[in-house]
Write a protein that binds this ligand. Sequence first.
Ligand SMILES: Nc1ncnc2c1ncn2[C@@H]1O[C@H](COP(=O)(O)OP(=O)(O)OP(=O)(O)O)[C@@H](O)[C@H]1O
Ligand SMILES: [Mg+2]
Length: 263
Amino acid sequence: MASEAPGAVDGAARPASDSGDEGETVLAIVDYSAGYAGHAVVSGVSLALRAGEVVCIIGPNGAGKSTLLRGVTHDAQRLAGRVWLNGQDISEVPANRLASRGLGWVPQLDDVFPTLTVKENLAMGGYLLPRTEGKARLEQVAGMFPLLAPLMGAVAGRLSGGERKVLALGRALMTNPAVLLLDEPSAGLSPLMADQVLKVHVAALARSGVGVLLVEQRAIEAAAIATRVDVMVAGEIVASRPGGTIADVEAVAELFLGTGGSG
Ligand SMILES: Nc1ncnc2c1ncn2[C@@H]1O[C@H](COP(=O)(O)OP(=O)(O)OP(=O)(O)O)[C@@H](O)[C@H]1O
Ligand SMILES: [Mg+2]
């Protein structure tokens, strides 16, 4: 069982439900349950993500959105199901090897090393890379986020919330991941900065070909850049919508209540 990817043959994971769509599935989470101390918080979740897509998970506080991402990175316990990255089963790959397999992630909290400088944080993100490659990648990443250029020598703990989040994105990108897990990148930011992070930076990452699995509270802003929006309630995906279709607060409320599942 465990050796058979969902529609994945020779590295081309393509769940059957996605037939007809363009692009390769870079991340597939299949029948996944995760939680803490043997107790499931998330149960039976399946989702797939292609290169260049943003799949956004929204849902009420405590629904299990972070737990799903934390299960993938082993910060929560995987209780059932499997995770495929680029057609390879990474369910049991230790956390410290996930980056070299092509997974990047930015947790909801503790996303940078506060006592290190911006440059040191980026270098830490690329610690797996050979020295010269690390230097080149650091310049590339700095080029992607011009905001960081004048801050290279600044201590990360003194950055504004938005600058810090951009640094966290940059750090996660140092290993050039195929898939990025982002847990509420706009949390605690001003509306303007939140918009900037989502609509400029996250959207640009996806355009560059990274598959982004995004957890967000700002459903309307996130939907604007998402390929698909999945709604999680009490640990299960209860509705799924194409991105861009959640244009107003009423549509979000409808989805949260689980009444918007079919049309
Ligand atoms: N380390 C932990 N140990 C035990 N239970 C936990 C732990 N972390 C989270 N939980 C519980 O798991 C449930 C889901 O939490 P989770 O953080 O995944 O929700 P969330 O959807 O990300 O919420 P939010 O929108 O507030 O970030 C909650 O009931 C929470 O109390
Ligand atoms: Mg959370």
